[in-house]
Ligand binder design. Structure first.
Ligand code: GDP
Length: 301
């Protein structure tokens, strides 16, 4: 009594052998290797800087259910089998970044999403946290970011943390690759939508910004990065003639339209970005918390 399309769907999902895969990106020190180890072995062991990409196969915990399996009948023998996916770590160090940009350019069809890990405790300007000290430091740091947004994002470059700049530059470049991929797609349907999880890690630390402020800080900094890159283009003498933006300029301008950059602008290219807090490690007796990241993975499998 199942609708015909469901039969087809069930048949297809049983015969498809490609394992869904996710790619881990993000600046060095954000916690990618720790996350990979946690998902692989159940506990994050001390890490050293990774030099080459490594892939692990993980199984979704039984408490989460892959979206693609939610309609499967309980009589289906595959419905209780562990739902596996691949996770590929990439080195975050500046000089090694071409690995991940290469991986992005190739974009295997089984790729279901990108997980961009950032250290949410290192985003606020160092002076704000250090000056306030103690518990107030966290509040001060958060207020510094919120205040910056209120001023409209202009000026104030000196108070930006270098981690924020590094993360924003990297994220800008990644999103630009996705935007170009969408723009240059030949078929009328374009490439499949690609979700991006910004895993705001280290929320266990008291200087960590909540997800909403991480989003604001990244958008503000990407707006700045975008302008700097745009100026670079003009200085290098790329065609400035004609009206408005040239094709070349448009290609290199992240997010269409006027005004400050917003992550929602990426939705026009079928890139859905979500910022979700969590921590791979727990400090002082608190446990790690990656539940919401599992849920995001399950939803996109
Ligand atoms: P990667 O360079 O992105 O692979 O980052 P690593 O996984 O090597 O982590 C960098 C450092 O951050 C290590 O010292 C980790 O122990 C630490 N770290 C990772 N995740 C967390 C977290 O959730 N909370 C805290 N407090 N530290 C973390």
């Amino acid at each position: 009594s199942l609708p015909l399309f469901l039969h087809f769907y069930l048949y297809r999902s049983r015969t498809t052998t490609t394992v869904p895969s996710f790619l881990l990106l993000g600046p060095s020190g954000a916690g990618k290797t720790s996350l990979l180890t946690l998902l692989d072995r159940g506990n994050p062991t001390p890490t050293h800087t990774s030099q080459t990409p490594s892939t692990i196969t993980c199984a979704l915990p039984p408490t989460h259910r892959a979206a693609s399996a939610r309609f499967r009948s309980s009589h289906d023998p595959t419905s209780n089998a562990p739902q596996r996916f691949h996770l590929t770590d990439t080195p975050g160090h500046g000089k090694l970044r071409h690995f991940s940009l290469d991986a992005l350019a190739q974009l295997p069809t089984a790729l279901k999403g990108l997980i961009f890990v950032i250290d949410s405790a290192a985003l606020a300007a160092p002076s704000a946290g250090a000056a306030a000290g103690g518990d107030v430091g966290g509040v001060g740091a958060a207020a510094a970011v919120a205040g910056g947004e209120g001023r409209g994002g202009g000026g104030g470059g000196a108070s930006t943390s270098s981690s924020l700049t590094e993360a924003a530059e990297y994220l800008h470049d990644v999103l630009l690759v996705l935007q170009r991929r969408h723009t240059s797609a030949k078929t009328s349907r374009g490439p499949a939508a690609l979700p991006v999880l910004i895993a705001a890690n280290k929320v266990d630390l008291f200087t960590a910004l909540p997800a909403s402020l991480v989003k604001v800080a990244l958008e503000r900094e990407i707006t700045r990065v975008r302008e700097t890159r745009g100026k670079g283009l003009l200085d290098s003498g790329v065609d400035m003639g004609g009206e408005g933006q040239s094709e070349e300029e448009e290609r290199d301008w992240l997010g269409g339209g006027e005004g400050d950059f917003r992550l929602e602008m990426m939705e026009e290219c079928d890139v859905f970005v979500k910022v979700v807090s969590g921590c791979v490690l727990g400090t002082e007796g608190e446990k790690e918390d990656v539940e919401e990241w599992w849920e995001w993975i399950a939803e996109n499998m």
